[in-house]
Write a protein that binds this ligand. Sequence first.
Ligand code: IPD
Ligand code: CA
Ligand code: CA
Length: 276
Amino acid sequence: MLHSAVLNVMIKAAHRAGRSLKRDLGEVEQLQVSVKGPGNFVTAADRRAEEIVREELAKARPAYGFLGEEGGVREGSDKTHRWIVDPLDGTTNFLHGIPHFAVSIALERGGAIVAGLTYNPANDELFVAERGKGAFLNNQRIRVAARRRVGDAIVGCGLPHYGRGDLRLSRYEIAAAQQNFAGLRRYGSATLDLAWVAAGRLDAYWERDLSPWDMAAGVLLLREAGGFATDLDGGEAIFAKGQIAAGNETMHRELVRLLREAGKEAAAPAAIAEAK
Ligand code: IPD
Ligand code: CA
Ligand code: CA
């Protein structure tokens, strides 16, 4: 398939950063057995990857703005274009030598995401999408799964860390998912979760407390693969609320419904008493 010039720029940046992360993953594996652990090394690997992405993108499009997880906001002279980058999504996996993490790059034009890429250097899987042109995994067109029965579906999620987010609510949501879906997964990379829904590997996915760089590329991938994504109330405020529910039309609708029910149960006085 023929990519646009700008997508080629994004792919080049992701491949370069990916090579750096893959090299560093080898080092991380060695550091597992050291007393100090790989913590500081991973922070440096993360920053290095963002610097590589930023440098590559700036070389090709010097005027565009940049929003990166590590380096924050850099204003560009071109106010209509902005890169949104997570150089390493799935840091906890990376830290433990688990080969499930990704470089995520999205291009925003006039407030809308027009190109997105999610690249897992560990297995060389490259997911790309441009608005109106479909979604691809290593040059093969991808589509969301066609499954219609909730009882057959595998659903991905993100879980709040202890002390962050609403742990009690998440327990009700997990219980609802366990009772209704065939399986629940927590893989640890939001951008890959969305790409995997786009590729039909997961039937649906939800998570709260996310940042724009976790979702920007994945939302486009998902929609270009024929999927549906909203905030957890079924509205458009994915980025404003930092939360997402995704799937094919049926799975997305059912997921939003189940999560709403779980929310009501969690807020009921009986549930609150029980949780105390
Ligand atoms: C995290 C991952 C994870 C999600 C977290 C994110 P990071 O991003 O996407 O799956 O559950 O909420 O913050 O920290 O690895 O870039
Ligand atoms: Ca992230
Ligand atoms: Ca990150």
